[in-house]
Design a protein around this ligand. Structure first.
Ligand code: AQP
Length: 342
């Protein structure tokens, strides 16, 4: 069976974008693949995290996986730092990746901001750790949101260069699985920026644990424009929204895309239903829909928050199973490199 690996960083404020762009797909794919879902705490500390909060957020992501419907018996759920193979392989990849490749990574530029020389070196080599996460399990398929596409291309290049440099056929080719219509959910305040955990404005995102009042307020205050809602004629012949059209009304199309994905309908049907309507009615319907989809998961996450022993036991069991797969692969890789293990 083909293997998938994916992860979410425990950096707090888990949001609708993480759910629609990633976690929802983990649930859908879990029985078709040998599935490994990680809470990537080592990635999280590329930006400083309060240790107490990091522990709480690690449990929170685990709770989100469980609440969304990932079965910990069928899949492996664990946190990255419990399995040494990730760090061991990442070091080898630090020595394979070229600096020029890392310099092209847009996420580093965005996260490092203007004062790049003050960013951690961990943030810079983040894509190498991500490549190690995947390849320590020889996973071939990686379900992620569109924002991670560039990192996955780098991971592919690392695997190919390793195979080439050492004249082996050791690492497989990685395939990104960027699925569905909500590949990039945008901020509720600014349709040109992605919805993000680290956005300082809580009004920019719908958190998975938001209650009805919070969801209603955020959607009511979401930026829109004064025009009535567009109709299906904005779509091209393939039923896709042309990028140029999206750019003209990014906030409106973002909300429409969220609606279509949450309802599991295509965008054409939603545009047909709301053509010419005012945003106020649409926003009420979107609130009801978002609450009906996220509400039960948020409740379950809150319940699991009060049961940390259960969550920890899942992470412990997952780490043992993950280690059993990753350790032999990384040992073999170290032998290829020439590390002596007398
Ligand atoms: N806005 C988004 N739309 C669709 N998918 C998204 N993902 C993140 N934001 C969106 C997907 O969620 C998964 C886990 O992401 P991550 O924890 O690695 O965080 P990130 O990609 O760096 O983005 P976040 O969640 O907003 O965090 P910050 O603010 O820290 O950057 C990935 O599959 C990602 O594609």
């Amino acid at each position: 069976m083909k293997r998938i690996f994916s992860g979410v960083q425990p950096t707090g404020n888990l949001h609708l974008g993480n759910y629609l762009g990633a976690i929802r797909h983990f649930v859908a794919l879990q029985h078709d693949y040998d599935s490994i879902f990680c809470v990537v705490d080592m990635h999280a500390i590329t930006l400083w995290q309060d240790p107490t909060e990091l522990r709480a957020h690690t449990r929170e992501i685990t709770a989100a996986y469980l609440a969304a419907g990932i079965d910990p018996k069928a899949c492996i759920i664990f946190n990255q730092s419990q399995v040494p193979a990730h760090a061991e392989l990442a070091w080898i990849f630090n020595c394979i990746t070229r600096i020029g490749w890392l310099n092209r990574m847009t996420q580093f530029k965005e996260k490092a901001g203007k004062h790049r020389e003050n960013a951690s070196s961990g943030l810079y080599v983040y894509p190498n750790l991500m490549a190690a996460d995947i390849l320590a399990y020889k996973a071939t398929h990686v379900p992620v949101g569109e924002d991670q596409k560039q990192h996955l291309e780098l991971a592919r290049n690392v695997a190919q260069k390793f195979n080439y440099d050492y004249e082996v056929d050791f690492f497989p080719v990685i395939d990104p699985l960027i699925l569905g219509s909500a590949r990039r959910v945008m901020s509720l305040r600014d349709g040109t920026r992605k919805m993000s955990k680290s956005d300082t404005s809580d009004m920019s995102r719908i958190n998975m644990t938001d209650d009805r009042d919070a969801v209603a307020k955020k959607i009511r205050k979401a930026t829109t424009d004064p025009e009535p809602m567009p109709g299906p004629d904005v779509l091209d012949t393939e039923g896709e929204l042309p990028e140029e059209t999206r750019k003209q009304r990014p906030e409106a199309y973002n909300l429409l895309g969220i609606f279509a994905t949450l309802e599991d309908r295509d965008l054409r049907a939603v545009l047909t239903q709301y053509e010419g309507a005012q945003f106020s009615q649409f926003k009420k319907d979107l609130t009801d829909l978002a609450v009906s989809r996220l509400g039960p998961m948020g409740e379950e996450m809150k319940r699991l928050k009060d049961d940390p022993d259960h969550v920890d036991s899942i992470l412990r069991d997952g780490a043992e199973r993950a280690n059993a797969i990753a350790q032999p692969i990384v040992r073999e890789c170290q032998e290829i490199v020439g590390f002596l293990r007398p």
